[in-house]
Design a protein around this ligand. Structure first.
Ligand code: NAD
Length: 261
């Protein structure tokens, strides 16, 4: 097998996250769903939160069927009250909220910057940047008593820009800034805050793009393939575990070598 072929790795480390309460936004699909399954397989009690309530319920059922513990919840990360409601409930479970993965996100329409309607720019900002702000604004105080870890999903778009995705790239650069700032402000409370910047991951966000939309990007990926969501979830499981106890304020690229060019 060539070195760059997908492998299943060592898989979940059972017990590594035993009884820790984890909230995953965007947990109904793609990277969030894979993360929810992986964290549960390592022992976490996972709140699977998404705008898509049916999808969250499906993922929570899969986790329960695999002997894990999960609760599906509807959340709209653009609505501070909705976020407060879900985070407050998660904080009452077991020893309180200790892990948050902020994965909810949207692509927005494909358009050159000068043709991008301000309303579309706003929509992408509301989910991808304000959504992370609203989430962290509730998650950080919920973790100050016990400590915890927050992982925000950024993107290689934050580093390289993406043709046709100005709002997306700008929002993700904002996520990097929010992450670094929170890491500095809350390290004294035992809270680590990191971001993950995936390359092209095989999820509905990518498969819903027009045919050929990612061809140019893929040609620039040294590993010559897209990532599977589980390969991003494996990195996130490490980052939220005690194995990453000295890791905070940093961005972690998982892009098949794209940014190394
Ligand atoms: P996805 O479309 O599979 O999942 C995104 C989830 O977010 C969906 O379940 C959707 O219902 C949910 N969501 C959207 N708006 C929401 C809202 N207002 N409130 C709550 N939930 C909402 O996408 P994915 O590929 O799994 O992406 C997850 C994260 O990773 C996103 O932040 C995305 O920007 C980022 N990312 C993805 C890729 C990729 O190639 N797939 C690459 C880099 C970064």
């Amino acid at each position: 097998m060539p070195a760059h072929a997908q492998t299943s790795g060592d898989g979940p480390q059972p017990g590594r996250l035993r009884d820790r309460v984890a909230l995953v936004t965007g947990g109904a699909s793609g990277i969030g769903a894979s993360c929810a399954r992986r964290l549960a397989a390592e022992g976490a009690v996972v709140v699977v939160a998404d705008l898509d309530e049916d999808g969250a319920t499906r993922v929570a059922r899969q986790i329960t069927a695999a002997d894990g513990t999960a609760l599906p919840r509807r959340i709209d990360v653009t609505d501070p009250d909705s976020v407060t409601h879900v985070v407050t409930e998660a904080a009452t479970l077991r020893d309180g909220l200790q892990i948050a993965v902020n994965s909810a996100g949207i692509n927005g329409p494909l358009s050159p910057l000068a043709e991008l309607p301000p309303a579309d720019f706003d929509t992408v900002m509301r989910v991808n940047l304000y959504g992370v702000f609203h989430a962290m604004r509730c998650q950080l105080p919920a973790m100050t008593a016990t400590g915890g870890v927050i992982v925000n999903l950024a993107s290689i778009a934050a580093h390289s820009g993406f043709r046709g995705h100005a709002a997306y790239a700008a929002a993700k650069q904002g996520v990097l800034a929010l992450t670094r700032t929170a890491a500095r402000e809350y390290a004294g409370h035992g809270i680590r805050v990191v971001s993950v910047s995936p390359g092209i991951v095989d999820t509905p966000m990518v498969t819903s793009l027009p045919p050929g939309a990612t061809d140019g990007l893929l040609n620039a990926v040294p590993l010559r393939r897209t990532a599977q969501p589980a390969e991003v979830a494996a990195l996130i499981a490490f980052l939220v575990s005690d194995d990453a106890s000295y890791v905070t304020g940093s961005d972690h690229v998982v892009d098949g070598g794209y940014l190394a060019k």
